[in-house]
Design a protein around this ligand. Structure first.
Ligand code: HDE
Length: 706
C-alpha cells in the first residue's frame, strides 16, 4: 500500500512508489507545524487519502475536506461601491492644541499621535478592476483614538454628484456596468451614466471635477482628500464651529495624461497599489497635512450657497485652510484580506468633540454604512476584527451574534442592574459598565432655526437650487491645459454614448456652465450646440478660485522626491554615465529604475554586467515619471528595430515627460519623432530638475485637444 507522502507509478500495479517532497522540504521536528484549523498536525499536504494508489478518495479525509471547505468560502461580497482599494497603516500627529475648537482628545496637544488605517479606492469598478480608470477616488481614514474610532470617509474631490441620499442607488446603478450587458467595467463613458447626469443638473459641479485631471491621478500619494460635508467641532464649553476637512499631500498633487492612464492599465493594472507598497517599503512614507476650514453661522449665512449642500465648496480664497496635523503612512498591511478587505468604515463613527450637520447626503450615509458591513462581513460582530477593533476599551451589554469572539464574564448582560448593590461582591456579580453623562458622546443641541423644523416634507430647500455657478467657477479657474483636458474628457465620454439625445441634453447643461466649453465639446462631437437647459436658479459669475488648479496650482510638485525615473541601458552603455545619472536621481530622493532589453542586465562599457530592475517590454515609460536614455551608439543601433524601445521614447515624449539622453541616443529620439524642446535635455543639463515637470507647451504639437 502507498504510504502518505508518496505517489505511485502510472500503473501502480506493483506498488512502485516515489517519495514526493515539496521543494521547501518537510518540517518534522521544526517549529512551524502545519495543522488543521483544529490544531491537528498534518502529515501530508500533497495527497488526498485514497483507497489504494489509484483508488477513490475517502470521505473520511477530514484534512482534505476542511481545506477545500475553507477555500470554497474564501470570497466575501465585495463593496457595492469602492470595491477596489489599497490601504496602509500609519499615524496622525496633531500640530497644536485645538481645545478652543474641539474637545476631541486627538487634537488636544501638539505632537499627539493617533494610529490610523487609510484606504484609497476607485468607485465604479469591481475588486479585480484596474487602478487607473477615470474615476473618483475614495480617501477613507480610520483614526483609532483613545476615545474610540473616528472614520473620516472622504473622496479625492471636494463635492459630490447628488444633494440627497435618496438619489445614491440611482447614481451608482447608472455608473456601474450596464444592467443587460455587464459592461463597461470601471468606466463612466457609457449611455446610462450620462443619461442620469443630463437629467440631474445638481451633478454638474462634480462632473467638472470628474472630467478634470483629478480623476486620473498619477499616484495615490499625489491625491488631495476631502471630507466633503460640513461637520462640526464642539469644544468643552459646548460651542460648535462648522468645519470642512482637507487632506493635502506633501508629495504634491499630480495626475497623468489620459493616454498614459490607459496604457498604465495594460502595463501594470496594480500601478497605484504597487506604488503605495513600494514607496512605504523604500522608507519613502507618504504624508498628508490635515487642514480645516472653520467657520461660524454668520459666515455660513454670508455665503451665496448653503453649507449643507454637498455639491458646493467654500473656495480657499474665501476661507483659508488651517493645517492642524499630518498623517504619515509608514506600514503596509500584513495581509490584504484581513485588513484592506475587511476594514469597515462608517461616517457615523465619530468621537466626542466632533459632530454631524444636517447635510442630507451625510445623514443618509450615517445609516447606510453599518448596513452594508453586515451584508459584506456577515456578522454584527465585524467590529471585533483586529482591523476594525478600537484601540481603547469596549464595554457594553451587547451580546452574542454570529462569530462572537469576545467571552464576556458574569451575569450582568443588562442595565440598569443592582447585582452587587448590597455591597457583597459575589464572583460573577460585577455590575458592569455605566454610562458617562459628562464624558460620553453628546449630540450638539443644534438651535432649532425655523428651517430645521416644520411639516414633514420631501423637499429640497431653495438654497440648494444653484447648480451651475460653482461648476463655472471651477472650470474657469483651471489652467489652460487643464481646461483642454476637461473638454477632451467630455468629448471622449460623450463619444462613447450611443444615444444622441443624451449627448444633446448634457450639452444643454454645459451651456449653463460655460458656453465656450459647451461649444468646444459640441465641436469635438461634431454636433450642433443646443440651447441652454433652464436653470433652477440664475447662474452667477463667482470670483475664480486658482486653488483648485493642479497645473500652476499651490500643490504642484517641485522636485522628484519619491518618484521613479527610468534609466534605459543596453550593451555598451557608458558605465560612468550610468553611475552618475543614477546617483543624481537617488541623490534627489527618487528611485532610479534600470531598464534593459533583458532582465539579466546589460554589459556596460567597463565590461561589467549591470543587472536590470526591469525588462524593457515589461517596463514601458508610462510607469516612470521621466526617462534617461544612457545609450552607446552600438546600443542605440540595436534598439532602433525594437518597437518597445521606440515606443518607450515616443510615449515619454507624448506624455510630456522629461527625456534626458546621451548624444549617442539621438537616432532613437529621431525615430520616435521627438522634437527638441526644453524637456529634452542632455544628461548633464539639469535632467533631474526637468524630471519634476511635465512640459505642457509640448501638448498642442502632439494632439488635437478640443
Ligand atoms: Fe459611500 N459608501 N456612500 N460615499 N463611500 C460606501 O460602504 C454611500 C458617499 C465613500 O474604503 C459603502 O463599506 C451612500 C460620499 C468611501 O471601505 C456604502 C452615499 C462619499 C467608501 C456607501 C454615499 C463617500 C464608501 C460601500 C450617499 C465621499 C469606501 C462599501 C448618501 C464623502 C470606504 C462600504 C472603504 C463606501 C454608501 C456617498 C465615500 C454602500 C448611501 C458623498 C471612500 O455603505
Amino acid at each position: 500500500m502507498a504510504q502518505t507522502g508518496e505517489f505511485t507509478s502510472k500503473t501502480g500495479k506493483g506498488g512502485e512508489t516515489h517519495q514526493q517532497v515539496p521543494e521547501s522540504g518537510p518540517h518534522e521536528g521544526g517549529e512551524a507545524h502545519l495543522t488543521t484549523n483544529q490544531g491537528i498536525r498534518v502529515s501530508d499536504n500533497q495527497n488526498q487519502l485514497k483507497s489504494g494508489p489509484r483508488g477513490p478518495v475517502l470521505l473520511e479525509d477530514f484534512v482534505l475536506r476542511e481545506k477545500i471547505f475553507h477555500f470554497d468560502h474564501e470570497r466575501i461580497p465585495e463593496r457595492v461601491v469602492h470595491a477596489r482599494g489599497s490601504a496602509a497603516h500609519g499615524y496622525f500627529e496633531s500640530y497644536e492644541d485645538l481645545s478652543d475648537l474641539t474637545k476631541a482628545g486627538l487634537f488636544s496637544e501638539a505632537g499627539k499621535r493617533t494610529p490610523v488605517f487609510t484606504r484609497f479606492s476607485t468607485v465604479a469598478g469591481g475588486a479585480g478592476s484596474v487602478d487607473t480608470p477615470r474615476d473618483v477616488r475614495g480617501f477613507a481614514v480610520k483614526f483609532y483614538t483613545e476615545e474610540g474610532n473616528w472614520d473620516l470617509v472622504g473622496n479625492n474631490i471636494p463635492v459630490f454628484f447628488i444633494q440627497d441620499a435618496m438619489k445614491f442607488p440611482d447614481l451608482v446603478h447608472s455608473v456601474k456596468m450596464e444592467a443587460q450587458t455587464g459592461y463597461p467595467q470601471a468606466a463612466s463613458a457609457h449611455d446610462t451614466f450620462w443619461d442620469f447626469i443630463g437629467l440631474m443638473p445638481e451633478s454638474m459641479h462634480m462632473v467638472m471635477w470628474q472630467m478634470s485631471d483629478r480623476t486620473i491621478p498619477r499616484s495615490l500619494r499625489t491625491m488631495q482628500g476631502f471630507g466633503i460635508h460640513t461637520f462640526r467641532m464642539v469644544n468643552a464649553k459646548g460651542k460648535s464651529t462648522f468645519v470642512k476637512f482637507h487632506w493635502k499631500p506633501m508629495q504634491g498633487v499630480q495626475s497623468t495624461c489620459w493616454d498614459e492612464a490607459v496604457k498604465i492599465a495594460g502595463a501594470d493594472p496594480d500601478f497605484h497599489r504597487r506604488d503605495l507598497f513600494e514607496s512605504i517599503d523604500l522608507g519613502n512614507f507618504p504624508e498628508w497635512e490635515l487642514g480645516i476650514q472653520a467657520f461660524d453661522e454668520a459666515f455660513a449665512d454670508s455665503l451665496p450657497f448653503d453649507v449643507l449642500d454637498p455639491t458646493k465648496i467654500i473656495p480657499e480664497e474665501l476661507l483659508a485652510v488651517r493645517p492642524i496635523g499630518k498623517m504619515v503612512l509608514d506600514r503596509y498591511p500584513d495581509n490584504f484580506f484581513a485588513e484592506t478587505e475587511q476594514v469597515a468604515y462608517c461616517p457615523a463613527n465619530i468621537v466626542p468633540g466632533l459632530d454631524f450637520t444636517n447635510d442630507p447626503l451625510l445623514q443618509g450615509r450615517l445609516f447606510s454604512y453599518l448596513d452594508t458591513q453586515l451584508k459584506r462581513l456577515g456578522s454584527t460582530n465585524f467590529h471585533q476584527l483586529p482591523i476594525n477593533a478600537p484601540k481603547c476599551p469596549v464595554m457594553n451589554f451587547q451580546r452574542d451574534g454570529h462569530m462572537q469572539m469576545a467571552v464576556p464574564k458574569g451575569r450582568a448582560n443588562y442595565e440598569p442592574n443592582g447585582l452587587s448593590a448590597d455591597g457583597e461582591n459575589r464572583p460573577g456579580d460585577e455590575p458592569g459598565p455605566r454610562e458617562c453623562p459628562m464624558t460620553g458622546f453628546g449630540t450638539f443641541p443644534a438651535q432649532d432655526g425655523a428651517d430645521e423644523q416644520g411639516d414633514k416634507l420631501r423637499i429640497r430647500p431653495e438654497s440648494f437650487a444653484d447648480h451651475y455657478s460653482q461648476a463655472r467657477m471651477f472650470f474657469r479657474s483651471l489652467a489652460a491645459p487643464e481646461q483642454a483636458h476637461l473638454a477632451f474628457a467630455l468629448v471622449f465620454e460623450l463619444s462613447k454614448v450611443g444615444l444622441e439625445h443624451v449627448r444633446t441634453r448634457v450639452l444643454a447643461n454645459l451651456v449653463n456652465v460655460d458656453p465656450e466649453l459647451a461649444q468646444r465639446v459640441a465641436d469635438g462631437l461634431n454636433m450642433p450646440l443646443p440651447k441652454a437647459s433652464k436653470p433652477a436658479a440664475a447662474v452667477q459669475d463667482m470670483d475664480l478660485s486658482p486653488a483648485v488648479r493642479i497645473i500652476d496650482g499651490p500643490l504642484e510638485p517641485q522636485d522628484i522626491k519619491g518618484r521613479s525615473i527610468a534609466v534605459l541601458v543596453a550593451d555598451g552603455s557608458d558605465a560612468a554615465t550610468v553611475a552618475k545619472v543614477t546617483k543624481a536621481i537617488e541623490g534627489a530622493g527618487a528611485r532610479a529604475v534600470i531598464v534593459a532589453p533583458k532582465v539579466g542586465g546589460a554589459k556596460l562599457s567597463d565590461g561589467k554586467l549591470l543587472k536590470a530592475d526591469a525588462q524593457l517590454a515589461g517596463y514601458p515609460s508610462v510607469l516612470a515619471d521621466a526617462v534617461a536614455l544612457v545609450l552607446s551608439a552600438e546600443g542605440t543601433a540595436s534598439l532602433l528595430n525594437e518597437a518597445a524601445a521606440v515606443q518607450f521614447v515616443m510615449d515619454a515624449f507624448g506624455h510630456l515627460k522629461a527625456i534626458g539622453h546621451s548624444p549617442e541616443a539621438q537616432p532613437l529620439l529621431d525615430k520616435a519623432g521627438v522634437a527638441p524642446d526644453e524637456g529634452v535635455v542632455g544628461l548633464d543639463d539639469g535632467f533631474t530638475e526637468a524630471a519634476a515637470l511635465r512640459f505642457w507647451d509640448r501638448e498642442p504639437t502632439l494632439r488635437m485637444l478640443p
